[in-house]
Ligand binder design. Structure first.
Ligand SMILES: C[S@@+](CC[C@H](N)C(=O)[O-])C[C@H]1O[C@@H](n2cnc3c(N)ncnc32)[C@H](O)[C@@H]1O
Length: 263
């Protein structure tokens, strides 16, 4: 077993020890968000799509663009669907968070097969999503078309480092109002996470209504955990939900830095 496996075991045990119930939250907007995500959205047609991906044996040809895949042997769409996709519950929770935030525009780093992307698009938000692997991106696109989600999703193929500078130049030129929700779920390497957060923070919508930046897999490795600890000290509101961490931006925030149990 890898060192990261033992790290994850210890990190989860520490979280279980210190996490407090969501019911003990005072800032009203956070309380409302927690209440919303406790009842994850579930979309049966998207779950059928997930099952179809799990049976798909198409091989992936491009090397992993992130922190290295933990999938053993040859990578196929099916293996990736079984190991890298967020579960129905996680995707459904993120969709509820998008609703609670009142999200009109969402940015996702790490489309993979686009099941979570489709869940978020089902809330009515427009989702911009980035994926390096062309086979995964093509499979995701065909899934969005089959499930009627494609018109609210803008998929870009390339690495985050290649795509973000050009996208940001376009957003600047178009006077983009910023994203209500940003979901970073790819390239699970601590220094990379910190760079993406720094780069994307100015693209969170400003104003009275708080906006959220969700960092996924914060207990993936020591470097991811170290990045999260650093980030959470820098933001006024940083919620450690276990597998993901939420950083919140807004004009009138009450400081809140805590591990929260959503059940
Ligand atoms: C954990 S999966 C994303 C899961 C998906 N967001 C979900 O909710 O099911 C991470 C994805 O990010 C992609 N990825 C990793 N590093 C990347 C990078 N530097 N640039 C673009 N895509 C990257 C991988 O190819 C992979 O498909």
């Amino acid at each position: 077993m890898s060192r990261d496996f033992f790290f994850q075991l210890g990190a989860w045990a520490r979280w279980g020890w210190k996490a407090k119930s969501w019911r003990l939250t005072h800032p009203p907007h956070l309380f409302a968000w927690f209440e919303a995500v406790r009842r994850p959205m579930r979309q049966e047609d998207l779950e059928s799509l997930r099952r179809a991906f799990e049976r798909n044996s198409t091989p992936l040809t491009a090397p992993d663009a992130g922190a290295g895949s933990r999938v053993r042997g040859a990578r196929t769409v099916g293996k990736v669907a079984r190991t890298a996709l967020k579960s129905a519950r996680q995707a459904g929770r993120l969709a509820r968070l998008a609703e609670a935030v009142g999200a009109e525009r969402v940015l996702e780093l790490g489309t993979c097969l686009g099941v979570t992307t489709a869940y978020i698009a089902r809330t009515g938000a427009h989702v911009t999503t980035l994926e390096a692997d062309p086979v995964l991106a093509a499979a995701a696109r065909s899934g969005w078309e089959r499930t009627g989600c494609a018109e609210r999703i803008e998929g870009h193929v390339g690495t985050f480092a290649e795509l973000l500078p050009n996208l940001m130049a376009t957003w600047r030129a178009e006077g983009h109002p910023g994203f209500d929700l940003i979901f970073i779920d790819g390239h699970h390497h601590g220094p990379a996470l910190r760079e993406y957060v720094e780069l994307l923070r100015p693209w969170l919508r400003r104003g009275d209504r708080p906006a959220a930046l969700v960092c996924d897999d914060i207990r993936w490795s020591p470097s991811m955990w170290h990045a999260w600890e650093t980030l959470s000290a820098e933001w006024t509101v940083a919620v450690d939900c276990g597998s993901s961490g939420w950083l919140v931006e807004g004009s009138r925030l009450t400081p809140f830095r805590r591990a929260v149990r959503l059940r």
